[in-house]
Write a protein that binds this ligand. Structure first.
Ligand code: MG
Length: 97
Protein backbone atom coordinates (compact mmCIF):
# COMPACT_ATOMS: atom_id res chain seq x y z
CA UNK A 1 0.00 0.00 0.00
CA UNK A 2 2.92 2.29 0.70
CA UNK A 3 4.02 4.39 -2.30
CA UNK A 4 6.99 6.56 -3.14
CA UNK A 5 6.51 10.28 -3.54
CA UNK A 6 7.06 9.88 -7.28
CA UNK A 7 4.30 7.27 -7.42
CA UNK A 8 1.99 9.63 -5.53
CA UNK A 9 2.85 12.44 -7.97
CA UNK A 10 2.03 10.19 -10.90
CA UNK A 11 -1.32 9.23 -9.38
CA UNK A 12 -2.06 12.91 -8.74
CA UNK A 13 -1.22 14.00 -12.29
CA UNK A 14 -3.27 11.18 -13.79
CA UNK A 15 -6.30 12.12 -11.71
CA UNK A 16 -5.94 15.88 -12.27
CA UNK A 17 -5.76 15.39 -16.04
CA UNK A 18 -8.61 12.89 -16.10
CA UNK A 19 -10.89 15.10 -13.97
CA UNK A 20 -9.97 18.43 -15.53
CA UNK A 21 -8.50 20.11 -12.44
CA UNK A 22 -4.97 20.34 -13.73
CA UNK A 23 -3.41 23.66 -12.63
CA UNK A 24 -2.28 25.33 -15.81
CA UNK A 25 1.03 26.68 -14.55
CA UNK A 26 3.29 27.09 -11.53
CA UNK A 27 1.58 30.33 -10.51
CA UNK A 28 -1.80 28.68 -10.27
CA UNK A 29 -0.24 25.86 -8.23
CA UNK A 30 1.32 28.46 -5.89
CA UNK A 31 -1.96 30.33 -5.47
CA UNK A 32 -3.67 27.05 -4.67
CA UNK A 33 -1.05 26.29 -1.99
CA UNK A 34 -1.95 29.59 -0.31
CA UNK A 35 -5.65 28.88 -0.63
CA UNK A 36 -5.23 25.43 0.89
CA UNK A 37 -3.13 26.78 3.78
CA UNK A 38 -6.08 29.06 4.57
CA UNK A 39 -8.43 26.09 4.45
CA UNK A 40 -6.19 24.19 6.87
CA UNK A 41 -6.13 27.17 9.25
CA UNK A 42 -9.91 27.28 9.10
CA UNK A 43 -10.25 23.54 9.73
CA UNK A 44 -7.99 23.78 12.79
CA UNK A 45 -9.62 26.98 14.09
CA UNK A 46 -13.07 25.45 13.75
CA UNK A 47 -11.83 22.24 15.39
CA UNK A 48 -13.14 20.21 12.48
CA UNK A 49 -12.78 16.46 12.64
CA UNK A 50 -9.40 14.80 12.11
CA UNK A 51 -10.29 13.59 8.62
CA UNK A 52 -11.09 17.13 7.37
CA UNK A 53 -7.88 18.49 8.89
CA UNK A 54 -5.89 15.67 7.28
CA UNK A 55 -7.54 16.27 3.90
CA UNK A 56 -6.70 19.99 4.04
CA UNK A 57 -3.08 19.19 4.93
CA UNK A 58 -2.91 16.82 1.97
CA UNK A 59 -4.38 19.50 -0.31
CA UNK A 60 -1.32 21.62 0.51
CA UNK A 61 1.04 18.73 -0.23
CA UNK A 62 -0.87 17.96 -3.41
CA UNK A 63 -0.37 21.47 -4.79
CA UNK A 64 3.23 21.61 -3.58
CA UNK A 65 3.95 18.40 -5.49
CA UNK A 66 2.27 19.91 -8.53
CA UNK A 67 4.44 23.02 -8.19
CA UNK A 68 7.57 20.84 -7.90
CA UNK A 69 6.52 19.00 -11.03
CA UNK A 70 6.23 22.28 -12.94
CA UNK A 71 9.69 23.32 -11.71
CA UNK A 72 11.10 19.86 -12.48
CA UNK A 73 12.15 19.35 -8.87
CA UNK A 74 12.93 15.74 -8.00
CA UNK A 75 11.21 15.74 -4.61
CA UNK A 76 12.74 12.55 -3.23
CA UNK A 77 16.31 13.41 -4.27
CA UNK A 78 16.03 17.06 -3.19
CA UNK A 79 14.52 16.11 0.16
CA UNK A 80 17.54 13.91 0.90
CA UNK A 81 19.96 16.60 -0.36
CA UNK A 82 18.33 19.17 1.94
CA UNK A 83 18.41 16.72 4.85
CA UNK A 84 22.18 16.28 4.32
CA UNK A 85 22.67 20.04 3.90
CA UNK A 86 20.80 20.76 7.14
CA UNK A 87 23.21 18.45 8.98
CA UNK A 88 26.04 20.83 8.04
CA UNK A 89 24.30 24.00 9.20
CA UNK A 90 25.15 25.68 12.47
CA UNK A 91 22.30 25.62 14.92
CA UNK A 92 21.36 29.00 16.27
CA UNK A 93 20.86 29.36 20.02
CA UNK A 94 17.90 31.59 19.13
CA UNK A 95 15.20 29.12 18.06
CA UNK A 96 13.10 31.93 16.64
CA UNK A 97 15.59 32.93 13.93
MG1 MG B 1 -8.87 22.06 0.58
Amino acid sequence: MSKTIQELQNLMVDQLKRRGFYPKDEYEALLRIGEEVGELYEAVREEQDQKNIAFEAIDILWNLLRFCEFKKIDVERTFLEKLAYNETRELSSDKNS
